[in-house]
Design a protein around this ligand. Sequence first.
Ligand code: NAD
Length: 340
Amino acid sequence: MKAAVLRKGSPTLEVLDVPTPAPGPGQALVEIAACGMCHTDLHYLDHGVSTFKAPPIILGHEPAGTVAALSPDVTNVSEGDRVLIPAVLSCGRCSYCRAGRENLCDHLAMLGNHIDGAYAEYVVVPANELVPVPDDLSLEQVSVVADAVSTPYHAVTKRAKVRPGETVAVVGCGGVGLNVVQCAAVAGASVIAVDINDDRLTIARELGASETLNPTTTDRPDKALRKLTDGGVDVAFEVIGKPDTIGLAFNALRRGGRVCVIGFSHEPVELAASKIMFYELEVIGSLGCGGGEYPEIIRLIEEGRLKLDPIVSGTIPLEQINDGFDKLRAGQGIRWVVTP
Ligand code: NAD
């Protein structure tokens, strides 16, 4: 099969012929229809972040496709079923999984990080992780759910626990942040979208933001957010992964507010401990999504309450995957999907 492989220290992926994997006990072979391209891959390519599995590794963690072959012991899916593959796979047995926190699993395996991913014609995964996709949803669109929608859904509903009537700022409205905007709007919040890119702010309005702020238009975006909300927001999400913007989100909170960090940064961040104490602020992290949350997300998409049209910018053939990463680096489009 063809697959896009990361080699040690390379800033590009190489499209190679590699052996097609075979399903072992409990596993399914899925023919990939599409795999969303995520900013996280740029951390491996450009920012020196290591994958857990040492290269060579096939990247890609937002896949959807069709079941092509099964181990004989699998009963939950059949060949030909249309499925979504969660970005993060869990063991189902450890104390975290048993407590419903599968995304913190002791044996967590992320596609294209701990194990080979889905910028490939096929991938093998545990069959019990597969999420059925209704016939009326396009696999190309649904592929981005596996991270760009599921991560925001988890952050909004399970971590920050956004409630109707709350004010929410979303700092960073790229592929992930725009979905935080729409998940928070669906949860009943008044959403302020914050981004340096005005096109993204326009899409944020389409997805439910009632206000927008471009931080380049003001010296003190934190102050501007506090002014817009009469003292500060109830919840601020950081969806970029920079110490400065984590600081901006934190400083935009009202007393008793929650900051939820979704963006990835390995740099240290300074937050005023006095404010955390004195204003009873909460600093919350959010990682991926639990497997049990996917059916809820698929239902919201089927009902038209979560929208994928504005998120998916177009398709990229596997052979041109490096052009897709250039688009991501240049901030063109929202979410591109690779079609192997
Ligand atoms: P993206 O590049 O599509 O979006 C980033 C957005 O931030 C862009 O719209 C950009 O214009 C905006 N931005 C950049 N600098 C800014 C600034 N100073 N002020 C305001 N806006 C600014 O990236 P993405 O795919 O949406 O990913 C965002 C982050 O989320 C990354 O760090 C990624 O690794 C992380 N991520 C985390 C999880 C998780 O489980 N927590 C899952 C997926 C992605």
